[in-house]
Design a protein around this ligand. Structure first.
Ligand SMILES: [Zn+2]
Length: 416
């Protein structure tokens, strides 16, 4: 196997890292969620130190691994941070055996396991056609790959290594943050912006070549608790309040169109993700999503309004709503100063990579970190079909992602 000479350690390091099981644990209340994440963080500390980075440490508040690449210019340059996560999603991560497909022709069906039970078929996954001539790294069909987001980890480390070996590329101070528990939605909750010390940052956690994301959903979780009155059905008239029926009436009070299966682009929704109930009591669980903050607030009011109407009709509080905001659209923070986005966009254009800028129908760690005062859009790391056995990544895309990080810090220095 011939590895691209420009970043000699990029792919070998990536292959080493994906073989380590770093699945996070959604049931856990510790930080990080499992001891294996601490173990991997310790390994990263060693590797970042070996590369020659400074101030390598595990931040106690967040369990993130932080490192600094000192400036090599006297100019006052914006301090740029690069962030990725090293935990993997909720899918088998034991004994990950990455497969290498060299010089992919862009049309063949790739067998993942020897028997061919699981395949990467361009008829099913049309993005495969974009990788003609590339070296693809896939799973063996039994696990996920963990390109989400060990590709980001390996790219950030390769960029740092390259910059240390090429002092002719001038740059300001660069901050690196590699974190746990992104996949269980808690990793960035305790992110320590002050200790990190960057002025602007990028998560390197996006998908295919060119992705640049600076707009996410506003997000809330909503729980609905319904109390019924259970009596014998034969003598129920005027007495029984069937909690399951009230639950259905509640759901029917929400706009029919505004469901995930009916919406796309910038359309928000109410998503009923779980329901339980009998006559005595019922429980509905929703998430509420919208890119527009005003419409998001209106959606929460409408949701509460449906409950209020039912309670009014009953003359008592039978429907209790608990709303909890989860994260907000980072655009609200970024549009005050679009420099961080413009810089990445220019880096992509300078490298002849078409920027792919779309509002994310979800959140990123940057959604939370941006609201902590550190503007943090999301850059592509290269992974496709994340979170399952069909995950794969192109070696060439990983190299281009590394190019982008280096271009961003070089541009920032030139503009200072
Ligand atoms: Zn990720």
């Amino acid at each position: 196997m011939i590895f691209l000479a420009k970043y000699a350690n990029l792919i070998p390091r990536f292959l080493d890292y994906v073989k380590v099981n770093t699945r996070s644990d959604p049931q856990s209340t510790t930080i990080p969620s499992t001891p294996r994440l601490t173990e991997f963080a310790n390994r990263l500390v060693q590797d970042l130190t070996a590369i020659g980075l400074n101030n390598v440490h595990i931040n106690p508040q967040s369990a993130y691994v932080y490192a600094t690449l000192p400036a090599n210019t006297a100019k006052a340059v914006t301090k740029i941070g690069f962030i990725s996560h090293f935990d993997t999603a909720d899918f088998n991560s034991e004994n990950i055996r990455p497969q290498i497909v060299e010089n992919y022709d862009g049309q063949s069906v790739i067998k993942l396991d020897a028997a061919g039970k699981y395949t990467l078929d361009p008829a099913v996954f049309p993005n495969l056609k974009n990788y003609r001539g590339d070296t693809l790294i896939t799973t063996d069909g039994t696990t996920l790959l963990g390109a989400d987001d060990k590709s980001g980890v390996a790219e950030i480390m390769a960029a740092a290594e390259y910059l240390l070996a090429h002092p002719e590329i001038k740059h300001g101070e660069i901050k690196i943050g590699l974190g746990p528990d992104e996949e269980i939605g808690t990793g960035a909750d305790h992110f320590d912006v002050a200790d990190f010390g960057a002025d602007i940052a990028y998560t390197v956690d996006g998908g295919p070549l060119g992705q640049l994301e600076y707009e996410t959903f506003n997000a809330a979780d909503a729980q609905v608790e319904i109390t019924g009155t259970n009596v014998h059905p034969a003598e129920a008239k005027g007495v029984m309040v069937n909690a399951s029926q009230v639950a259905m009436d509640f759901h029917a009070g929400l706009p029919v169109h505004d469901r995930p299966e009916n919406t796309e682009g910038r359309e928000g929704f109410f998503h009923l993700y779980s329901m339980t109930g009998d006559v005595d009591s019922a429980h509905l669980s929703y998430i509420i999503r919208d890119h527009d903050r005003q419409i998001f607030e209106d959606r929460k009011r409408l949701f509460q309004g449906v409950a209020d109407q039912l309670n009014q009709a009953f003359g008592q509080d039978r429907v209790q709503v608990t709303l909890k905001d989860q994260y907000y659209n980072m655009r609200e923070v970024l549009e005050k100063d679009m420099h961080v986005v413009e810089l990445a966009k220019q880096a992509l254009e300078d490298l002849d990579i078409q920027p792919l800028i779309f509002p994310v129908r979800g959140g990123t760690d940057g959604s939370k970190i941006s609201f902590m005062g550190l503007p943090t859009p999301n850059l592509f790391a290269g992974g496709e079909n994340m979170h399952g056995r069909f995950e794969y990544v192109s070696e060439q895309t990983m190299e281009k992602a590394t190019d982008v990080l280096i271009k961003i810090v070089a541009l920032a220095e030139q503009q200072a």
